[in-house]
Design a protein around this ligand. Structure first.
Ligand SMILES: C[S@@+](CC[C@H](N)C(=O)[O-])C[C@H]1O[C@@H](n2cnc3c(N)ncnc32)[C@H](O)[C@@H]1O
Length: 284
């Protein structure tokens, strides 16, 4: 992997402070997950998010909650009905999911992973609150590293291959061009084939050109790209392209969820516009 791509990927990390603050605002996280930067960015963006909500019915925080709670729901089902006992959350950022699920399921092995600097920050945070240790760990990983100590192979080497595993990425894949992220998915599928059972959960923003708010969506995507000093490409046009894409990467079974279609079961108010985000559950 060229060093240049790896260096640019670190620019994505500040966005974790914003989402971390959103999870806290919606009572999904303890105050320890809040950073001054996250609070500042949330305040800075408030006029934009308010305008999008009032003017166009595009509620950014509602979209974030939809993806977060749909992933929670799939993870809960995998633990309670699918027998999953080990979870790897890649690009965990300042998400409280690891903390919440370890508190709820004390036997669960939960490995949070992110780029080295963010992983160090998360480790410090969890350790400082006395939440780390035992089955809850933090590791450094770079999804673009094809080999070495930050590669997927190194991350999965610690896990029990006789047990099913579930891998999560949230808020990650649309920061990368499709070819790069499909490279990651292919390497991930190869790793997952070594386990007794494996599930991958991610959210994805497709290029929904027929969406009634497509023009505003393009503005939003442009803004996210500028704020993170990169780009925010939308991947695949529809359900069929998503399934075909994941199958090309080595996933045999692919389910696509639109969380806006079932907000009631996620404990959210009804969606005001058709959903922009999809949650993918894929198995090798
Ligand atoms: C938008 S944040 C999402 C954080 C968290 N999952 C959430 O939803 O709140 C994106 C995360 O991706 C991480 N990230 C960026 N590039 C990465 C890479 N190459 N490998 C692993 N993680 C990466 C960032 O450090 C950051 O924590």
């Amino acid at each position: 992997m060229p060093e240049r791509s790896r260096a640019s990927s670190a620019h994505i990390s500040p966005s974790a402070h914003y989402t971390g603050y959103v999870w806290y605002r919606h009572r999904l996280a303890e105050p320890a997950f809040v950073t001054a930067f996250g609070r500042f960015v949330h305040k800075l963006l408030w006029p934009v998010t308010w305008g999008a909500r009032v003017g166009f019915g595009l509620d950014i925080e509602a979209f974030l909650l939809q993806r977060h709670l749909q992933i929670d729901a799939q993870l809960t089902a995998a633990i309670e009905q699918g027998g999953v006992r080990q979870v790897v959350e890649i690009a965990c950022g300042l998400s409280p999911r690891g903390r919440r699920f370890c508190a709820r399921y004390p036997q669960l092995r939960y490995v949070e992973a992110d780029l080295p600097a963010m992983a160090a920050r998360k480790r410090l945070l969890l350790h400082g609150e006395g939440w780390l240790g035992g089955e809850h760990q933090v590791r450094a990983v770079d999804i673009l590293a094809e080999q070495g100590r930050h590669s997927l192979a190194a991350l999965f080497a610690e896990l029990d291959r006789r047990q099913p595993v579930l891998v999560i990425t949230e808020g990650l894949v649309n920061y990368f061009p499709l070819a790069l992220i499909e490279g990651f998915w292919s390497r991930l599928a190869t790793e997952l084939r070594g386990f007794a059972g494996a599930t991958y959960l991610t959210e994805l923003y497709p290029d929904l050109r027929e969406h009634p708010r497509y023009r505003q969506l393009r503005w939003g995507v442009e803004l996210i790209g500028r704020l993170t000093r990169g780009s925010y490409p939308l991947h695949y046009r529809d359900h069929g392209e998503i399934v075909a894409g994941f199958q090309r990467c080595g996933f045999a079974t692919v389910q696509v969820f639109d969380p806006s279609a079932d907000t009631l079961s996620l404990g959210l108010p009804p969606a005001r516009v058709p959903g922009l985000v999809r949650v993918i559950q894929a198995q090798v």
